[in-house]
Ligand binder design. Structure first.
Ligand code: GAL
Length: 870
């Protein structure tokens, strides 16, 4: 029976550890690879020619997946790698995050989430390859693009150009990393998994901005990388002058038209974005599975040989690792594996099917040059065929509106708009990118209380023991310094904290009109960003932030002044440092102008006044997030956590939620701040809402070129409500949750949520290529494998508990909102219940034994089912 294999896998990957010293094989024909020019000594040789990478003399067509190790936790790594492998992935790609590994000059850290060696070994054990993009500049929506903030303050340094201190530190880190990898024998040339390494990242976009220094730097970076002698090729992405033998590669939503700068280089796609990242206050982008599959199929159709999903698992920007300004703590990316480590259906499954079919064409694709055939104005075929009889064809319909029936080798093929059909034998369609045959999972966040543990066995939120610590609004302890005018926020904090207090005072005469309820005193602020809270005489008056695109904002707010001396305290905040752009490291933050209007004498400009500064919060200096001791003097016990209090630290002892599902903190009732569990940094939270007046889609049309604004959801909703708390951070009991709230919220309403797959949907249409009932003939009908079958599967340990919707006929709508059409087989639900109820998985054959095939003869019939899992 043809149960849809997008739900489970029968792939076998064999990792051949044998091999060599890297050398480029520049061949102009695609003749069989001559392996005699490489020495094999129990390690892998990685070479290339214009068609592909060649590993141990074998051409390779590779599916690669970005999984960034610090964006999950070591306990998740084996599962993520397994799921990637099951999804038909051969290679795991990661950046190396310099600022996580070298927190201060010469002080290296490769432990915990930054244990790169462990990550590589897990991949190696899974029998997969790796692409190591060392950079060390990475962008990646990661704080400061991955470069250490301290490096910006090394005198004479300019990032990413011919600057001696920059090159010195970059080379030192690159060498340290490469040596670490060598020591652990992790390069393929040593028998390890790493088949490619990257130096720099998309420098080509900015090189011109750096003039001659930029050109010299790009060349230097390439040579420096080559001098590391890793034994495997180096790549540079979006680098239009990458010198031989470095391979230039493509990053984009589509790379089928990409051509490497030299005809001797294979066509490699380092970043295919299957979704996009989010910023606090912005909408939620989604890229449809059909379009991702289309882009991948087009790439291989047009001679591509390595394709990497950036991201395959996006994960989480824990702590203060998110870049900015305003990148969310979640880096879910709408990737094939979701932030929590669950496969995202249908995307994961649809791509898995695609990978399997592409892999089945590997031999034909890699050993022949294609013949291009026009099948219509916007339709084309690429046929890879040789004398031995191997033949694979890709039929593409690039029309973004209209389906088309094309003729190929005297057979008609129906090509949906914006789709590619793959024919591994040049006859039968094994896959069409627009036909998603795999189930959609219904995932929800099930709330669960933060049960008290030691103090009370009762599951009663009120008996949680809360403790609080209140920050001073303004300079606490001894001021750091006083200065006339404003300092730059980032130059002052050096990013050791998000927070910097700017305080001053003004004197107000009792006769001012605004004190007698005539007129208003107004504060006007201009800031380079990113966010700010205004306190007057310790009371919060207003908050403001940039809009996400330009980190600059200005605002005016009424303020409550009193007669006499008034303290103005501005809490300026960074929300992740800039991640890319020419000279991005010089972009500053913090106020540039502060004025108070409404005085009898006019407006008072405080911009050049004496401002007193304090870096960071008192709680941060006390390392309060690490203070688990309930009896600690810092904390004050309270029966009820105070609500709507700005600048408040909260602590509670919570239980680990039961079960194995991934866990998140639901922060919808909180304002803005940071959270920790057992001293582990969950990250910044900010359930900032996007405007309800923006445009969002309910259904996304996959057809046509994708851009991140195309299929956005979540208008009027918080960009990020839930914050991932990895299971491995919980102890069986006595877990300490610490929250720092800046604005005010209701901590008694904080809940955990468990990410649960609560149901599944599937739909099948008779025009699905492998389900073409009408065209099935005699023996084919007898052949189980050809019967159209809809498969549904609930997560392990759960069963199909009810059938929410079932219709064989012409139902419409999408998963979660299916509706009956005017053609409906009355027995649909009873049949689905009979086959599926109380089963973990079930398969429904679209056969006359099950459904009334004679029903509505002129209608193209479909089967749509939605089930609940519990
Ligand atoms: C690319 C960059 C990646 C990442 C991506 C967007 O330009 O190389 O690091 O930032 O954009 O997610």
């Amino acid at each position: 029976m043809n149960t849809m294999s997008c739900l489970s896998s029968n792939f076998k990957f064999v990792f051949l550890a044998s091999t060599v010293i890297w050398m480029t094989v520049m061949s102009s024909s695609l003749a069989a690879v001559d392996a005699s020019n490489v020495t094999t000594i129990g390690t892998d040789s990685v070479t290339y020619d214009r068609r592909s990478l060649i590993i141990n003399g074998q051409r390779k067509l590779l599916i690669s997946a970005s999984i960034h190790y610090p964006r999950s936790v070591p306990a998740m790594w084996p599962g993520l790698v397994r799921l990637a492998k099951e999804g038909g992935v051969d290679v795991i790609e990661t950046y190396v995050f310099w600022n996580g590994h070298e927190p201060s000059p010469g002080n290296y850290y490769f432990g915990g989430r930054f244990d790169l060696v462990k990550f590589c070994k897990i991949i190696q054990q899974a029998g997969m390859y790796m692409i190591l993009r060392i950079g060390p500049f990475v962008a990646a929506e990661w704080n400061f693009g991955g470069l250490p903030v301290w490096l910006h303050y090394v005198p004479g340094t300019t990032f990413r150009t011919d600057s001696e201190p920059f090159k010195y530190h970059m080379q030192k880190f690159m060498t340290y990393t490469v040596n670490l990898m060598k020591r652990e024998r992790l390069f393929a040339s040593q028998g390890g998994p790493i088949i490619l390494s990257q130096v720099e990242n998309e420098y080509g976009y900015y090189e011109n901005a750096y003039g001659e220094g930029g050109k010299r730097y790009a060349l230097w970076a390439a040579k420096m990388a080559l001098s590391q002698n890793t034994g495997v090729p180096w790549i540079m992405c979006q680098q239009y002058d990458a010198p031989d033998p470095v391979i230039d590669t493509c990053n984009s939503f589509y790379c089928d038209q990409f051509k490497p700068i030299s005809p001797n280089k294979p066509k490699i796609w380092t970043e295919n974005w299957p979704g996009w990242f989010k910023t606090f206050g912005a909408r939620d982008p989604h890229r449809p599975a059909e379009d991702v599959a289309y882009s991948v199929a087009r790439f291989f159709q047009k001679g591509g040989s390595v394709q990497n999903y950036y991201m395959y698992h996006g994960g989480t920007n824990f702590g203060r690792t998110a870049g900015g300004p305003f990148i969310t703590t979640s880096y879910d990316y709408d990737a094939p594996i979701d932030e929590y480590g669950l496969p995202r259906f249908p995307k994961w499954g649809h791509l898995k099917e695609l990978h399997k079919v592409i892999k089945s064409c590997e031999h034909a694709l890699l050993n022949n040059d294609p013949t291009l055939l026009s099948l219509g104005p916007l339709q084309e075929a690429d046929v890879y065929e040789d004398a031995s009889g191997a033949c694979a064809a890709f039929l593409a319909n690039m029309d973004d509106k209209n389906d088309k029936v094309v003729q190929f080798r005297h057979v008609s093929y129906h090509l949906p708009a914006w789709s590619v059909s793959i024919l591994p034998d040049c006859k039968n369609v094994a896959f069409n990118t627009a036909k998603v045959g795999c189930q959609t999972s219904i995932v929800n966040m099930a709330p669960i209380d933060l049960h008290p543990t030691a103090s009370s066995p009762k599951r009663d939120i009120k008996s949680l023991q809360w403790e609080v610590f209140k920050e001073t609004a303004g300079v606490w302890g001894v001021a750091d310094f006083t200065k006339n005018g404003f300092v730059d926020h980032i130059n002052t904090t050096k990013d050791a904290t998000d927070y910097l207090w700017y305080t001053t005072s003004i004197f107000v005469h009792a006769e001012e009109d605004f004190l007698r309820n005539r007129g208003t005193a107004m504060l006007f602020v201009e800031s380079k960003g990113h966010a700010m809270h205004v306190f007057i005489n310790k009371k919060l008056q207003a908050s403001a932030s940039g809009n996400g695109t330009v980190p600059q904002f200005k605002f005016g707010t009424p303020i409550a002044l009193k007669a006499g001396k008034n303290e103005i305290a501005l809490l300026s905040m960074t929300v992740g440092l800039q991640t890319a752009g020419a000279f991005y490291e010089w972009i500053g933050a913090g106020p540039t102008s502060v004025k108070v209007a409404g005085f009898k004498t006019g407006t008072m400009d405080l911009t050049a006044s004496a401002w007193t500064y304090k870096i960071g919060l008192q709680g941060e200096h006390l390392r309060i997030q690490k203070s688990y001791n309930l009896k600690s003097k810092i904390w004050a016990p309270t029966s009820q956590p105070p609500k709507q209090q700005p600048l408040t630290w909260y602590k509670a002892v919570v239980d680990a939620p039961p079960g194995n599902e991934p866990v998140a903190l639901d922060m919808i009732h909180m304002g803005k701040g940071m959270a920790w569990l057992n001293g582990q940094e969950i990250g910044r939270y900010w359930p900032r809402r996007t405007s309800k007046y923006e445009n969002c889609v309910t259904q996304c049309d996959y057809r046509g070129k994708f851009n991140p604004d195309k299929c956005v959801t979540g208008c009027g909703q918080p960009t990020q409500r839930w914050y991932h708390v990895p299971r491995s951070w919980f102890k069986p009991s006595g877990n300490v949750l610490i929250i720092f709230e800046e604005i005010g919220g209701d901590p008694s309403q904080i809940r955990f949520s468990m990410r649960k797959v609560s149901g599944a949907c599937g739909h099948l249409s008779v025009d699905h290529p492998s389900f073409d009932v009408e065209n099935l003939q005699g023996s084919e009908i007898e052949n189980d494998k050809n019967r159209p079958t809809l498969s549904l599967k609930c997560p392990t340990n759960t069963n199909i508990s009810s059938v929410k919707f079932a219709s064989f006929g012409n139902p419409n709508g999408t998963c979660g909102s299916y509706m009956l059409g005017d053609c409906h087989d009355q027995n649909s639900a009873a049949l689905v219940e009979k086959v599926c109820l109380n089963q973990n998985e079930c398969a429904l054959e679209m056969s006359s034994a099950n459904f009334n095939m004679q029903l509505c003869p002129s209608t193209v019939k479909k089967l749509a089912v939605e089930v609940n899992c519990s």
